[in-house]
Design a protein around this ligand. Structure first.
Ligand code: SF4
Length: 288
């Protein structure tokens, strides 16, 4: 039996603002496409052990620079691959201004690893999503290969006062960051971020050995319950959210379970064969 608190939590779980308008929310769409995106660079100043962008670069399937999507988007993500701010905050600002000139009232979601201050984008972005998976420098070095934990935390603290939704995105690495995610949730709650977006890990073969070397448990990463339990533990401190596409599947599963405690037996396949490719059409590049 689950605790009453856990059961109530699972039933009222929500997804981040970033997922609004994503096709992934609609289970009737067979091959949902991710939001349109403007790709700036595939380069990154970190080397995260699970990173799909790194896998795509190594396999030669990463996207080229430019806008991918239809010509009347509701949302543009900057960017799905690499670290966009490496191109310079000024350049990113000019690209956003140009995208708004072209598309009008479009939501702009920035995805960043948070190592570079982005407060100069205040007023230009609607959602800032900063990646951070751990709660101390040592673990950060293990996950990313770099000593930038305090830089990221400082940039998150500075971003709290920006006029946008501030979301911190963490990947659950079972047996490596279970307790650290909870500590991180407390830190983020104290800082006052809007959302702590916790995702399960997609494991690419290219990354498997590195993940195993830090104790990552593939069997536990297949367990929906283990993932939701960590999310629940974090919810004591901060507004936690899960991917909209997972929430949609979870809702379907919950409809079919006679007893919620059967959730313990539900498995997901965390092994991903190929890194996601952008399945939207390349349209143009903005010359700034
Ligand atoms: S997490 Fe899922 S629902 Fe949310 S934006 Fe990504 S693909 Fe869409």
């Amino acid at each position: 039996m689950f605790s009453e608190g856990f059961e109530k939590f699972v039933l009222k779980l929500n997804y981040p603002k970033h997922c609004i308008f994503c096709e992934g929310l609609d289970l009737s769409i067979k091959e949902p496409k991710h939001h349109p995106s403007y790709e700036i660079t595939t380069a990154c100043n970190l080397n995260c052990i699970y990173c799909y962008s790194k896998v795509a670069v190594n396999r030669g399937t990463a996207p080229k620079e430019g806008y991918y999507g239809d010509l009347n988007p509701k949302v543009v993500t900057i960017s799905q691959y690499g670290e966009p701010l490496l191109a310079g905050v000024d350049k990113v600002a000019k690209i956003i201004e140009k995208l708004r000139e072209i598309f009008g009232d479009v939501r702009i979601d920035l995805q960043t690893n948070g190592t570079i201050d982005f407060t100069d984008l205040d007023g230009l972005i609607d959602i800032a999503m900063v990646s951070l998976d751990v709660a101390n420098s040592e673990s950060y070095k293990i996950v990313t290969g770099k000593d930038k934990f305090h830089d990221v935390l400082e940039n998150i603290e500075n971003a709290v006062n920006m006029d946008c939704i501030l979301t911190v995105r963490s990947v659950f690495l079972p047996n490596f960051n279970d307790s650290e995610l909870v500590k991180l949730a407390k830190i983020l709650g104290d800082i006052g971020v809007d959302e702590h977006f916790i995702q399960p890990c997609s494991v690419y073969n290219d990354c498997l050995n590195d993940l195993l070397s830090v104790g990552f448990d593939v069997e536990r990463s297949n367990s929906l319950y283990d993932y939701l339990k960590v999310v629940y533990d974090c919810s004591e401190f901060v507004n936690v959210v899960i991917p909209g596409c997972i929430k949609a599947v979870l809702d379907e599963i919950l409809k079919q379970l006679e007893d919620l405690s059967d959730l313990k037996f539900v498995r997901r396949n965390s092994i991903a064969r190929e890194p996601p490719k952008i399945r939207r059409e390349w349209r143009f590049v903005i010359d700034v």
